[in-house]
Write a protein that binds this ligand. Structure first.
Ligand SMILES: C[S@@+](CC[C@H](N)C(=O)[O-])C[C@H]1O[C@@H](n2cnc3c(N)ncnc32)[C@H](O)[C@@H]1O
Length: 269
């Protein structure tokens, strides 16, 4: 088991998640029922809905989500737009639950889920016309291999979308734990300039760069307010990341407020 795998698996309550969902939603959970656990990024389901619009813009037909986690992005995309979808994640236990969630949510044509490493992709050259990394490059130390692998499996004319966390101007104030890392050794954030240099060292081209930090902070504030109300949710991120999740959420808010981190969407081709 890698340390990343162990970060996401060590507190995972697989059976509890499935039994709670089965009991609460006998006809199957919808996208919003699943969102507290399958949208493991800053910005939640709204950010995934915004990204799904890109599939329509690019008329994508073969879509790969690298670091697909519990599959929230792919389910949202599938709901908006028909395509062939594959999710790849290094954490095998997340993939197992992702498949179970697919069965509960939509039995018809679930996405293919593969266990693998985004820095060494198990796919043939030119296999996909859209590749998305949503808060997964942040766990990858070897970003140049990750980007070169994306480039290798991308069909000419295809696109890569990065919905990622970069360092801000005050990264020295960064507080841990955060949802992607209990300690700094697992967090592999780089600056906008370094990301720019990284892309320029490949033959990929930056098509657009958007800063989503302001809306990410508004989203995080809404989550904090929700957590203040006494409630027993059917499923919650603490069933994945454990009781530390409350502190992780607070630290994300502080890190955004202090410009320790920024949330961006970059489109490459
Ligand atoms: C913060 S979670 C985001 C999950 C999902 N993209 C989402 O937004 O809900 C990061 C995910 O990236 C996966 N991951 C980290 N490093 C990876 C690698 N080298 N290859 C594939 N997946 C990786 C983790 O297992 C985890 O599921």
């Amino acid at each position: 088991m890698t340390s990343i795998d162990s970060h996401y698996s060590q507190s995972l309550q697989s059976e509890k998640i499935i039994s709670r969902l089965n009991t609460a939603y006998p006809d199957g959970p919808n996208l919003y029922h699943l969102a507290p656990i399958d949208q493991l990024h800053i910005g939640g389901i709204k950010a995934s809905e915004k990204l799904s619009q890109r599939l329509i813009d690019f008329k994508a037909s073969k879509v790969l989500d690298i670091g697909s986690g519990l599959g929230g992005l792919l389910r949202v995309c599938k709901n908006h737009y028909p395509a062939f979808y594959v999710g790849l994640d290094i954490t095998h236990k997340l993939n197992k639950i992702n498949r179970q969630l697919n069965k509960l949510h939509d039995k018809s044509s679930p996405s293919m889920i593969v266990t693998g490493n985004g820095q060494q992709l198990p796919f043939a050259d030119q296999s996909f016309d859209l590749i998305i990394l949503q808060h997964s490059l942040l766990n990858m130390p070897d970003k140049i291999s990750a980007l070169k692998e994306c480039q290798r499996i991308l069909i000419p004319g295809g696109h890569i979308i990065l919905h990622e966390v970069l360092t801000g101007n005050h990264h020295e104030t960064m507080q841990f734990p955060v949802p992607w890392a209990r300690h700094p050794a697992l967090s592999h954030l780089i600056s906008t300039r370094d990301m720019n240099d990284l892309v320029n060292s490949t033959s990929l081209t930056i098509r657009s760069m958007e800063d989503w930090t302001a809306e990410a902070l508004s989203w995080r504030n809404r989550q904090t307010n929700k957590q203040k109300k006494p409630q027993t949710p059917v499923v919650s991120p603490s069933m994945i990341l454990g009781s530390e999740f409350t502190l992780m959420g607070k630290n994300v808010q502080r890190n955004l407020e202090n410009d320790a981190i920024r949330i961006v969407e970059w489109v490459l081709s």
